[in-house]
Design a protein around this ligand. Structure first.
Ligand code: MG
Length: 158
C-alpha cells in the first residue's frame, strides 16, 4: 500500500463558474485558472500521482499547454486513475478537505462525494469530503481564494 497527498489553491474571481469535484456549485464567483480550476480534482489528482510516485499535475498536464486551456479537470483525475491502473495500482480510498469561506458547502458535500466516487470507480464509503471555512482570516477567510487538501491510499493489484 502507498499513500499520497495533494493540495491546491485558486483565486476567486467574477465571471467564472465554480466547480468543485466535478460539481457545478451556485455562487456569485468562480475559481480562476488555465483549466476549469477545480481545486478538488487538482488536489486529488496530485494525491494519486504522489501515491504512485508519478510526479505532480504540473508535470503531467502543464498549464502552459494550450490543450488544457479551460480543460475539464475530470479528465485529469480519470486519466490519472487509468495511469495508476496501468502501473499496477488501484485506489483504495480518498479523503478531501475543501477550504472555503463561502458559499456554505454543507448542502453540496454529498454531491461532490458521489461525483468523486463515480470518477474514481469507488464505493461511496471509500470517498470522504469535508469542508472548512477560513474563520474570516487569511486569503481563504477573506474569500479571495479557495483551497483543497487531499489524501489517497492506493494498493498494488495482484
Ligand atoms: Mg490547480
Amino acid at each position: 500500500m502507498r499513500v499520497g497527498i495533494g493540495h491546491d489553491t485558486h483565486r476567486l474571481v467574477e465571471g467564472r463558474p465554480l466547480l468543485l469535484g466535478g460539481v457545478r456549485v451556485e455562487h456569485a464567483r468562480g475559481l480562476a485558472g488555465h483549466s476549469d480550476a477545480d481545486i478538488v480534482l487538482h488536489a486529488l489528482t496530485d494525491a494519486l500521482l504522489g501515491a504512485a510516485g508519478l510526479g505532480d499535475i504540473g508535470d503531467a498536464y502543464p498549464d502552459t499547454d494550450p490543450a488544457y486551456k479551460d480543460a475539464d479537470s475530470r479528465y485529469f483525475l480519470q486519466e490519472t486513475r487509468a495511469r495508476l491502473n496501468r502501473a499496477g495500482y488501484r485506489v483504495v480510498n480518498v479523503d478531501v478537505i475543501v477550504f472555503a469561506q463561502e458559499p456554505k458547502l454543507g448542502p453540496v458535500k454529498a454531491c461532490i462525494r458521489s461525483s468523486l466516487a463515480e470518477l474514481l470507480g469507488l464505493e461511496l464509503d471509500a470517498v470522504n469530503v469535508k469542508a472548512k471555512t477560513g474563520e474570516r482570516v487569511g486569503h481563504i477567510g477573506r474569500a479571495e481564494a479557495m483551497a483543497c487538501q487531499a489524501i489517497a491510499l492506493i494498493e498494488r493489484i495482484d
